[in-house]
Design a protein around this ligand. Structure first.
Ligand code: PMV
Length: 335
């Protein structure tokens, strides 16, 4: 059979996905609300990309997967199979596979490694299985591994429709990477693996009394932010994104078990962003399921924002990012 490789970019949510719909089988990863993101390309030596190669062949007697030279088993291998098995079924192929994957950034430190990882896997596997799928269809398979991975199939600014079936919960592009002028600088506070993965966190969201309020507010936020993106209104996008982040963390902190992802330096960055804004350097923060902070800014002010962030106590490094192009199939194989 054949071997294919793909490179996928990570993404940062502007309107957050937190918690799964309780109307469907939880293995489908149907979210409780639509979410919006920017697919991102790192501008330093870290591009925030995952490169994955997969081969289906009768020379393999079992499925195997390797991430950063470490063989995956148990729950980690099961998550890979959640994406590959339905694709294999759709292609009517029974062959075993070998998969090798590498990130150019730390895994599980709030830099969305699972988004880039499962997007690269869905693209590479559908190509190796010679399935002719649209990007929207590929996004539904990426979603089975990690919800946010659905959004990483496309470049630029992306909407993941919550849907109510496997087929209707897909991501599509709002606009390309050059259509809306926004960059970000990531303040990396910790590169350690997080203790509670988002996969587990999604389950606890419904235990927070603020969960329903967050979901209901998100519907208008989605409409408003799409309009602001199309109007190239940076300030409006930043304000809405910051609000969505705060609502999600309010749910996390008030869930059972309670999830506090922030560290002291996370708060210092938040305060620095507020101070920059008060002084006329406009920046807005967002934080995923980890302590690191993405600070949105205008492209021409990115260097200035980076200079402020890198001086903050506890910020280990800063990574400037811009909107990325679509994730893609590459002829460069890892084995
Ligand atoms: O795709 P997951 O299961 O890793 O969940 C992502 C959750 C957040 O990053 C916190 C928010 C989002 O929409 O990306």
């Amino acid at each position: 059979m054949s071997k294919s490789s793909a490179i996928a970019h990570s993404n940062i949510a502007l309107i957050k996905y937190w918690g799964r719909s309780d109307q469907a089988d939880s293995s489908l990863n149907l979210p409780s609300n639509d979410s919006i993101s920017m697919t991102k390309l790192g501008l330093s030596d870290i591009k925030l990309e995952t490169h994955t190669t997969i081969e289906f062949s009768d020379k393999y007697s079992e499925d195997s997967a390797e991430l950063e030279s470490e063989g995956l088993s148990g729950r980690k291998l099961e998550r890979i199979l959640r994406v590959v098995d339905p694709l294999r079924k759709k292609a009517g192929i029974n062959l075993k596979f070998k998969m090798v994957s590498k990130n150019d950034f730390p895994t599980q430190a709030g830099l969305a490694s699972s988004a880039a990882g499962f997007a690269a896997l869905a693209i590479a596997a559908s190509s190796a299985l010679k399935l002719k799928l649209s990007k929207e269809q590929i996004s539904t398979y990426a979603r089975l591994g990690s919800g946010s991975a659905a959004r990483s199939i496309h470049g630029g600014f992306v909407r993941w429709h919550k849907g109510n079936t496997h087929e209707t919960s897909y991501a599509d592009q709002i606009c390309g990477p050059n259509d809306f002028q926004m960059n970000a600088v990531i303040a990396v506070v910790s590169e350690e693996q997080k203790k509670i993965t988002s996969d587990v966190g999604h389950e606890s969201a419904k235990t927070s009394p603020f969960n329903e309020a967050r979901i209901s507010v998100s519907h208008n936020q989605v409409k408003d932010i799409i309009k602001a993106i199309k109007d190239n209104n940076f300030a409006r996008v930043g304000k809405i994104a910051e609000a969505s982040c705060k609502y999600m963390h309010a749910v996390m902190m008030t869930s059972e078990p309670s999830l506090f992802y922030w560290q002291p330096a996370t708060i210092r960055v938040i305060h620095a962003v507020q101070k920059m804004r008060a002084e006329g350097l406009e920046s807005y923060f967002t934080i995923d399921a980890g302590p690191n902070v993405h600070c949105f800014c205008r492209p021409e002010e990115r260097d200035e924002v980076q200079k402020v962030l890198e001086k903050i106590e506890g910020v280990k490094k800063t990574i400037p990012v811009k909107p990325a192009e679509d994730s893609f199939v590459t002829k460069k194989h890892l084995f």
